[in-house]
Design a protein around this ligand. Structure first.
Ligand code: PLP
Length: 403
């Protein structure tokens, strides 16, 4: 496995200047662009005028600054930014699949992705087989002659399983299908394209932006794929039009430049809390940075150096009632917010089965091992995590949860 890629260094090397030498690139708040000659406009439509912009649903200079920086982070040739993570996912899928095609996906994925595969894609007669993504033999066996995509999340939502990206990439190459990886939980930590993924998708709403002030997404892939997505004649993104607002792009780009520091701190704090939680035998805890966690070795071998094991922890309280009591008490004490989403500077927690995975039918939740009492924690950037733990400990004591 290659660990040579250094995403933080790659981003630091990007030099983008504003129109008047500003240290931040200028924001282009224009929907359309003038041409000095009519001929150049025609060439731009045909994708042959390098450096010319046509219309902001296609490309906007500010979106390109952000996309270029993301491509450097992922070590892909190119990238494309979208108005949401779901837009990045759905556009990628629709670009790669035609009516009658088939997808093999991890059974544990983000709820919206699950609903898109199982409900929405019926419209196009595209079917999906769900598999335990950690069972490579099962993955291989599920691939059919009409399979176009092998889909997974590096660290799956909400069970924090770890996907063996090099292993999945090998299968994808053998079977001539595209490996699409949602890396939303582990930016900087894992570089899926370096490990063999064909397309990397992100909800930038989460860690990448990290401020919970907008919804956005990204697709990182080859030049050919991004050009196909943005083709004026048949490109999914050009024609469905989930363009990100350039004002937002500019603000996300500035946040992207602090991502490496934030990921380190999220990981540090999560590792601290996970270790403390692990002392409580009554609680089942999943943190991929803990040696007894199933995905630990895999993540250890795949991860880039210096960003830890991520900011996500899953804790099983047993029942939804206990989960609610736990979360309400933590919110009262100021530990964080009872809310969906993740990757925020403050801690966020939610009961997965009844919130972000509620699109997944109960039987499937059982099948994937999702307990109704599971609380997903996105650990924040707290300066004094020991003080945070003291508050959590009080809640555990009040709930009579013993070591
Ligand atoms: C939130 C999330 C999405 C969807 O992203 P939006 O920005 O909300 O559209 C997709 N995948 C994962 C893993 C997510 O956490």
């Amino acid at each position: 496995m290659s660990k040579k890629h250094q995403p933080a260094k790659a981003i630091q090397k990007v030099k983008q200047f504003g129109e008047f030498g500003g240290v931040n690139p200028s924001i282009t708040d224009s929907a359309t662009f003038t041409f000095l000659g009519a001929e150049t406009m025609l060439d731009t439509f045909e994708g042959e005028a390098e450096g010319c912009f046509l219309y902001s649903r296609h490309w906007n200079p500010t979106n390109k600054y952000l996309a270029d920086t993301l491509a450097k982070m992922e070590d892909t040739e190119s990238a494309w930014v979208t108005a949401s993570g779901m837009a990045a996912i759905t556009n990628t899928i629709l670009q790669l699949c035609n009516s009658g095609d088939h997808i093999v996906s991890s059974i544990t994925t983000y709820g919206g992705t699950y609903a898109f595969f199982m409900n929405y894609l019926k419209k196009f007669n595209i079917t999906t087989t769900l598999v335990d993504i950690t069972d490579l033999e099962a993955v291989k066996a599920a691939i059919k002659p009409n399979t176009k995509i092998l889909y997974t999340e590096t660290m799956t939502n909400p069970l924090l399983q770890i996907s063996d990206i090099p292993g999945l990439s090998k299968i994808a190459k053998e079977k001539d299908v595209k490996l699409v990886v949602d890396n939303t939980f582990t930016p900087m930590i894992v570089s899926p394209a370096v490990l063999g993924a064909d397309v990397v998708v992100y909800s930038m709403t989460k860690f990448i932006n990290g401020k919970n002030d907008c919804v956005a997404g990204a697709i990182c892939a080859s030049n050919d794929f991004i050009n196909a997505l943005s083709s004026v004649n048949d490109g999914t993104s050009m024609l469905l039009g989930p363009a990100l607002d350039p004002m937002r792009s500019a603000s996300i780009l500035k946040n992207l430049h602090t991502l490496h520091i934030r990921m380190k701190q999220h990981s540090h704090n999560a590792a601290y809390l996970a270790k403390k939680f692990a002392d409580y035998k009554e609680l089942k805890i999943i943190y991929p940075g803990q040696e007894d966690c199933k995905g630990y070795k895999l993540l250890r071998d795949m991860k880039n150096h210096g960003f830890g094991y991520g900011g996500m922890i899953a804790i099983d309280l047993g029942t939804p009632e206990k989960a609610s009591e736990f979360m309400e008490s933590l919110q009262d004490k100021g530990v964080g917010y009872l809310a969906v989403s993740l990757g925020y500077f403050a801690t966020i927690f939610s009961n997965s089965g009844s919130s972000t995975s509620s699109e997944v039918p109960i039987e499937t939740q059982h099948k994937m091992g999702l307990s109704p009492g599971l609380v997903r924690f996105s650990v924040g950037l707290d300066h004094d995590i020991k003080a945070t733990w003291k508050l959590i400990k009080e809640t555990l004591k009040e709930m009579k949860i013993e070591k």
